[in-house]
Write a protein that binds this ligand. Structure first.
Ligand SMILES: [Zn+2]
Length: 313
């Protein structure tokens, strides 16, 4: 009984805090729109999916995505490639106000089937981060690909993920979409030894570059590389740099500034529950400060995990 009450209290508290962050964000929306910051938006899936809990956050519905891209176009946002942004970070040039970069993690097939045609209509070129090993098995992760062209197939009531194959990637790459590495097997790099780290970072770049016939320039940390250990972070960054990458996107929420570390580029995630008004607030800078909460949460995460283990017993 007590556990149930604590569980409900934690749930209510989390919802409350997230709503406060949202509303506070809206209040400040627009104030920072014209300052010298750029924002990298982070998407995962863009497709029509049943509301399963584990993917709820990372799936944006096609109609909402279309609305978001239309807003960027009509509100005259400067949508540039990640390479352009990195070049600006490394130069004396200033960012144009309202600069946005579009990124997609994990390489889901709906990036090509659903999101890309919409972005193409508006003349936007995204960066797509691919898990290299999934290409070796034709994007199927050992599960059968759907022949119906739908974004997922259901097998024994399980959701089965589907990833981009080499033809789809090559087609996008030939049209100017940047393909980046999201590691070899999508492991948390923080816990890997030197050899495995090199394998995830360097070999994924080599595989992707070879299969695509182009130089892969950008990396995206699996699970975002959220660690408060400066030592671990700089050890990983060193391997990324040595492997020839020009930049790396992490999971920290926030805007990119002129002096940002290009190997720890913050992003703004876009979620399924974002209404257009939330999206506008995000690209206007209202959520740049959420990253500070994220860092606080990371500090309290061990305690939170112990509490959750206790509650789930
Ligand atoms: Zn990922």
């Amino acid at each position: 009984m007590i556990r149930r009450i604590i569980k409900i209290a934690v749930y209510v508290l989390v919802r409350l805090i997230s709503r406060i962050i949202y509303f506070a964000g809206h209040k400040f929306a627009g104030r920072e729109a014209t300052n010298n910051k750029a924002r990298i938006l982070a998407y995962h899936r863009v497709c029509q999916l049943p509301r399963e809990k584990w993917i709820e956050q990372n799936n944006v519905l096609p109609a909402a995505f279309e609305e978001q891209m239309r807003y960027l176009k009509e509100a005259d946002y400067n949508v540039i490639t990640l390479s352009d942004l990195v070049r600006l970070c490394n130069s004396e040039e200033h960012f144009t106000p309202r600069t946005v970069v579009l990124t997609f993690d994990d390489g889901y097939v709906n990036t090509y089937q659903v999101a890309y045609p919409i972005m193409k209509d508006y003349g936007f070129l995204p960066t797509v981060f691919i898990i290299a090993d999934l290409l070796e098995i034709d994007g199927s992760l050992g599960w059968p690909r759907s022949n119906s062209g739908s974004q997922l197939v259901t097998k024994q009531n399980d959701l089965v993920r589907e990833y981009l194959n080499i033809d789809e990637l090559t087609s996008m790459s030939n049209q100017g979409v940047e393909i980046g590495s999201h590691s070899k097997t999508h492991q948390n790099l923080v816990s890997l030894d030197e050899n495995d780290l090199e394998m995830e970072v360097l070999s994924s770049r080599q595989t992707l570059s070879k299969r695509l016939g182009t130089r892969v320039q950008h990396f995206c940390y699996p699970f975002g590389l959220i660690t408060e250990s400066k030592e671990k972070t700089s050890r990983i960054i060193e391997v990324i740099r040595r492997s020839g990458y020009a930049s790396a996107c992490c999971g920290r929420i926030g805007a990119v500034r002129k002096n940002s570390n290009v190997y720890l580029l913050k992003r703004i995630p876009v979620y399924e529950q974002d209404r257009l008004v939330d999206f506008k607030a995000k690209v206007n800078g209202a959520f740049d400060w959420v990253g500070y909460f994220q860092r606080l949460l990371a500090l309290f995460l061990p305690t939170l995990l112990i509490l959750m283990t206790y509650l789930n017993k």
